[in-house]
Design a protein around this ligand. Structure first.
Ligand code: AMP
Ligand code: GLY
Length: 429
């Protein structure tokens, strides 16, 4: 069957690579894709932007695409699923109504409060003075969040009152995030360890993915500004069996049931960003309505099940009849980013060493690169994700780090401590 995948980043590279491994797929079109994605077997890229729903649907009709799958959040929040369905096309993802869970942090917080889903205390503001008054009544650290989509960059973890005040002033009065920051959520800081809990949902049933964890801060030791993610690994040992059950019972199932009861069933990848405290209590830090980037890169390396079968079962509402299996190995991916990221990006710098990293056994997923003649050059903030499997997380990390050491361009930045928490939990040799 012919599958259409929407997106162009490292997550979509990993999804295309995995979809192509299925015996059921004959062709995968990726819109708009990238040069690196197109180099995968069965894959061709089509030059249609992810916000041009009419052109995407026309393409899906003309090419008799069996189903479409969406990588990034923006088209989902903007209603691509509703549009495709109105044209009689099969597509995997949440409706615009369900995608608000990611599209509006205020919606997500109100939703959790209404349905008793554990999360940080919060308040929402449009007025700078009221927001500042609230900050002064509550002790730092506080977390300031732009309501709308901001590519993972609209969150400030404010260690002091002044940083919190500066953040709300910049979002509300100076509109640094445009409309996305015209409404601001201020919430309690949750201490603990983060993990990503992703489930495939068909509206009623769910199938949990293997656990994973990403590193959102730019710099080592989880310091520096927040980014879209600087590296990720799977499994995340912080999610033990009892926390898994707690998350399923107190967070995932109530979320799915609430959408179903509201008449807007959630279909697609439900990504719950968790904070797990010292007492093993898990709370929701954020919801996303799609696969994580870069979590998808190590997850797809570990997925043993046929990805196309899982997608079809989701669209057909038959996830209760599916099982999902994962490699016993661990996987870890390190993002190679522009030195200027997250504030800026790198364009046109020649990248060397990708083939050497491949030769070591790494898989290099591309997020922001392009071909220029025979050269691969930088073309984004996050550029590559060097991903490796290993018998445990330490071995996966060692191989990914070796792969990173082979690759370079002028200004390249990456963290050398991805996975440190999981490594620390391993028994010492
Ligand atoms: P979000 O986009 O909501 O996931 O926030 C980005 C990152 O900010 C999260 O991955 C956390 O590292 C951090 N963060 C967000 N909310 C909180 C919170 N309430 N307490 C502690 N850290 C948080
Ligand atoms: N890795 C975090 C995200 O995809 O939002």
């Amino acid at each position: 069957m012919h599958i259409l995948l929407i997106g162009s980043g490292g997550r979509e590279h990993a999804m295309a690579w995995k979809l192509a491994q299925s015996d059921q797929s004959s062709a995968i079109s990726v819109a708009p894709g990238s040069d690196a994605i197109e180099s995968e077997q069965k894959v061709k890229c089509v030059d249609i932007a992810s916000n041009d729903f009419a052109a995407l649907a026309n393409y899906a009709k003309k090419e008799a695409v069996s189903f479409t799958i969406v990588g990034p959040e923006v088209p989902l929040v903007d209603g691509i699923v509703d549009y495709f369905q109105s044209r009689g096309l099969r597509i995997l993802g949440p409706s615009a109504a369900a995608a608000q869970l990611e599209g509006s942090k205020a919606f997500a917080k109100d939703f959790m409060q209404q349905h008793n889903i554990p999360t940080a205390h919060y308040a929402t503001f449009t007025n700078t003075d009221k927001a500042i008054a609230y900050i002064k009544q509550h002790e730092a650290p506080l977390v300031i969040k732009a309501d709308g989509l901001a590519a993972g960059k609209g969150v400030v973890v404010a260690q002091t009152e002044q940083i919190a005040i500066d953040a709300v002033t910049s979002m509300l009065s100076e509109q640094t995030f445009g409309d996305a920051g015209s409404n601001v959520v201020i919430e309690e800081f949750l201490p603990g360890e983060e993990a990503s809990f992703i489930v495939l949902v068909d509206g009623e049933h769910s199938l949990p993915f293997a656990s994973s964890q990403d590193h959102k801060a730019r710099d080592e030791g989880d310091s520096g500004p927040n980014t879209g993610g600087m590296g990720a690994y799977s499994p995340a040992p912080v999610i033990n069996e009892s926390i898994h059950q707690q998350v399923m019972n107190k967070i995932v199932q109530p979320t799915i049931d609430a959408f179903r009861n509201n008449g807007t069933p959630f279909v697609g990848f439900l990504y719950v960003g968790l904070m797990i405290d010292d007492n093993s209590v898990a709370k929701v830090v954020e919801y996303n309505v799609r696969l994580g980037d870069p979590e998808t890169q190590p997850l797809m390396m570990r997925l043993d099940s046929d990805f196309v079968t899982l997608c079809l079962a989701t669209i057909n509402g038959q996830l209760d009849q599916q099982e999902i299996s994962w490699s016993k190995q661990s996987a870890l991916g390190v993002v190679l980013a522009a030195g200027e990221y997250p504030a800026g990006s790198s364009r046109g710098e020649i990248i060397s060493g990708i083939l050497d990293a491949d030769a070591l056994g790494c898989k290099v997923f591309h997020a922001g690169s392009r071909k220029e003649g025979e050269q691969v050059v930088t073309n984004g903030g996050r550029v590559l994700c060097v991903t490796a499997l290993g018998d445990d997380i330490r071995k996966a990390k060692a191989l990914a780090d070796k792969g990173c050491d082979k690759i370079s361009w002028s200004g390249m930045h990456h963290r050398r401590d991805i996975g440190y928490r999981a490594v620390a939990r391993l028994p010492t040799d």
